[in-house]
Structure formats: C-alpha cells, structure tokens
Write a protein that binds this ligand. Structure first.
Ligand code: AVJ
Length: 327
C-alpha cells in the first residue's frame, strides 16, 4: 500500500496512539490491533451491556465475591485502621467497586478513591455517580492508561496504597506483560501496600467460550466497534458488514482470543494514514486476549514479582478469584 510520510495533511502517527496502533498493527502478519482501543463511548456502552448478558458470568461472579467478603477485605486492607488510598486501574463504570465504596463508607474507613481509566466517558460517568452517592468521599480521578498511571503512584502521602485491578482486566496482558506489570507495581509500592486483582479462573471451556460468543451478538458488536472507531477517527472505510467475529478458547493455554474475519477479498482505505490495507477472503485481525488462570499460575506470579499472596476469595461456583498480593 501507499504510505506517504511527507504529506502534512496526514495525521502524525506518533502523536496519536490509535493512529500508531493501526499503522503498525495492520502491517503485522497476522494483522493485530490492541483491545485497549475498544473503549470509546460506544465501546464502553457495549461492554456494560456484555456485563449484563447471561453468558458473561465474570461480572456476576466477582460481584458475589466482593459482596460476600467485603468485611474480610477491609480487614485485610487496613488491619491497623491506617488511612489508605484506593487506586483503581481500569475502573470503567465502577459497578463492582461501588460495593466496596459503600461498605467502606458505612464502616467509616479513612480512605480516598483514585479511579484511573482510558475511557473519558466511563470515567466521567463514574465520577458523577460516586459524587452523588457519597458526597464526602475524597475523589481523585485520572484519565490514563495502566502503565503511565503507575508512574504517578509514587507517594506524596504516607497513607497505605491499595491498588484495585478488578474484572479480569489482567487477562488482557500477554504473560510476560503481566509479570512486567506486577514488577513495576512492586517498584512503586512500599512494604505493606496491597494489590487486589480479579482473576478469571480456568473452568469448563464451553462456559468460557460462550462468555465471548454470546447469542445476542453483543461481543460481536463490541469487537466490530473497533472498526467503526477507526472509520470515524482515522477517516477509514471499513465495511462492518464484511467482517465477522470469531472466538477461540484454548483450555491448554487458558487464552480466549477474539478475531475479526474478513468475509471477502477487499481493500480498506485509511485516509488519515494514507494507507490502503488489503484483506484476503478469510483473513483475520487479532483483537483481544482474555487469559484465564489457575491457582498455581497466580501463586507463581506473586512469587516471581516479589509479592506475598495474602488473601484468596472465590465465588460459590469457583469461577472467579479476587486475590490479595501484599508488597
Ligand atoms: C474488560 C478486559 C475484562 O476480557 O473479559 C468482554 C473485555 N471482551 N468481552 C474481558 C471483554 C469481550 C473484558 N475485560
């Protein structure tokens, strides 16, 4: 395809993370785009719908865990009643976190809440909600991605840090990225600080596969919305009807993987990048990894990155675990 680096009318790829991702990702073999770009306003709305779908058990399972063990969690987060700063990475609409916020408030716990998300839309909604429900709660929202948010963790206060990473967001990382992520957390945190992570556990593969291949087609719409976003933000002409959603789950690797599949031979024009992208009939774009864990992998992750595993809470079906790592 024609790549024109010189024309000034083109969008500068390095200034715009989506442009950079599309430019490099669609030149890869096989083609790939990162799931972090799913979450524009429409993507966040679709993910909220997925969370309510009958097949997507993750949210209900984690909700049960947090609701059942909120008192135990508070006790583990602050055994000495020291004030703490609750930093939530990838807060989204905060549906599950509100269980904890409500309970912590009812116990007069001394804490501040710092939600971080890459979706402005989701973050704004969350802030409005939290202000309404708990007007006295100290809120410190941040529009950012996980890794750069980590750089701002460094301690202005001496209150204990409690980092929440809920909802199986960890599953979007490749295994080496997950290790790197906890190593960076370990670097930024102090002894006694805590990370609470929601891990989706390995289980009957049919249950996992269905969660990413729902009958209403919400996951399909969520995946296709990435192309709609590229059409809008990069002036491209993806024909959404000419791409399908395809999901695999491998019980051996624990990875659910999402793909977009070209339904015919076609060429897509991405005007803002001056790029024409050819697709063969049946060619894929890999868009997401949602990794599922077993207990020994989680124990190994803690041990590899210098944390001790200080709490393990699961729902009644054993589908999902919220796990406490202590620095
Ligand atoms: C928000 C990353 C946890 O991987 O399960 C839902 C996103 N993708 N359906 C997940 C998602 C397809 C979700 N996370």
């Amino acid at each position: 395809w024609a790549g024109s680096e010189t024309s000034t009318s083109l969008l500068s790829a390095d200034a715009d993370p989506l442009a950079e991702e599309v430019r490099t990702g669609l030149q890869k073999m096989p083609k790939a785009l990162s799931s972090r770009f799913f979450y524009d306003a429409e993507g966040s709305r679709l993910f909220a719908e997925i969370m309510h779908s009958p097949e997507y058990y993750l949210t209900r399972s984690e909700y049960e865990v947090l609701d059942t063990y909120k008192a135990d969690l508070l006790q583990l987060l602050t055994p000495d009643n020291r004030p703490f700063e609750l930093v939530e990475l990838g807060a989204g609409d905060g549906l599950k976190t509100k269980i904890l916020l409500g309970f912590f408030e009812s116990q007069n716990a001394d804490f501040t809440y710092a939600p971080v998300d890459i979706s402005v839309d989701a973050l704004e909604g969350l802030v409005v909600d939290v202000r309404k429900q708990w007007p006295d709660l100290l809120l410190n929202p941040r529009h950012d991605d996980y890794f750069s948010a980590l750089e701002h963790l460094s301690s202005e206060t001496d209150s204990r840090k409690v980092v929440l990473f809920l909802g199986s967001n960890i599953g979007n990382f490749a295994p080496d990225e997950a290790v790197e992520f906890y190593r960076q957390l370990h670097d930024r945190l102090k002894p006694g600080d805590i990370v609470l992570t929601g891990f989706d556990l390995q289980k009957n593969p049919a249950i996992i596969h269905a969660a990413y291949n729902d009958r209403q087609g919400l996951t399909k719409a969520f995946n296709l919305n990435l192309l709609r976003r590229i059409n809008r933000d990069l002036d491209a002409d993806f024909d959404l009807a000419a791409f399908d959603h395809y999901e695999t789950y491998s019980p051996e690797t624990g990875e659910a993987r999402s793909y977009l599949v070209s339904q015919k031979a076609q060429t897509v024009d991405i005007k803002a990048l001056g790029m024409q992208v050819p697709f063969q009939d049946g060619e894929i774009i890999h868009t997401e990894i949602s990794r599922k864990f077993n207990r020994s992998q989680i124990e190994h992750l803690a041990q590899q990155t210098g944390f001790s595993l200080a709490g393990w809470f699961t729902d009644s079906k054993g589908y999902f675990a919220d796990v406490i790592f202590e620095r």
